[in-house]
Design a protein around this ligand. Sequence first.
Ligand code: OAD
Length: 236
Amino acid sequence: MEKIVILTGAGISAESGLATFRDAGGLWAKHRIEDVATPEAFIRDAGRVHRFYNTRRAQAAGVRPNAAHAALAWLQAAHPGEVVIVTQNVDALHEAAGSRGVIHMHGELARALCAACGHRWDAPPEMSRADACPACGACACRPDVVWFGEMPYRMEEILDHLAGADLFAAIGTSGQVWPAAGFAQEAAGAGAHCVEINLEASAVASDFHEARQGRASRVVPEWVAGLIGEAGVQSP
Ligand code: OAD
């Protein structure tokens, strides 16, 4: 049974209304990474970092999955083999569309992490530096997201999935952030066919065997319909 591994990035959530990072008007055009997305920024000004993620948490709570998220959930349900979704996104739109077992390699806005004891819990809508950890009581609570300079989550598991993939697809990611940018090379090295689905060629486009360009809400459902058709499974 063919194993499919899918990597998603901010581009898949763009049409739901969440800003990407590096497009014109993206988050990194409005905020400096070193002010809001590094461990040093949190030590320097935790309030500012919390405000940035509180805003993003509120925005993420107000949007709905689009046709691309829905198509991937359909693929997971209809494909006779394993379909693993790895996302760099901290929103919960894959889950809202019905996907299961999503690997959030850059963490989740909906979760909180105690920097003192490592305890994790569901984040309140607004976090602040005065919040106490429910396990140890320390006031060192942070969003459970991965910052620049930190190791993405569940890398060993992800590399195992890539090593066993027959088909790898990257959707809506610019290929500028590592280690995710290296996943196509990993999967191709293990024999997978690699497809890039994006508005434009990414920084690592040459690592893919095939490119499908256009808006995710159009291209992903088309791609999924083709895969499911090939597998001989009826659409719901
Ligand atoms: P980027 O903002 O770097 O890239 C988004 C990509 O999606 C671009 O290549 C766009 O062309 C494409 N895109 C935009 N709208 C699209 C649409 N409607 N359909 C298809 N493609 C579209 O976002 P990521 O690659 O996800 O990490 O960024 C990776 C990481 O960098 C993020 O997880 C975040 C950021 O810094 C951390 O904060 C640690």
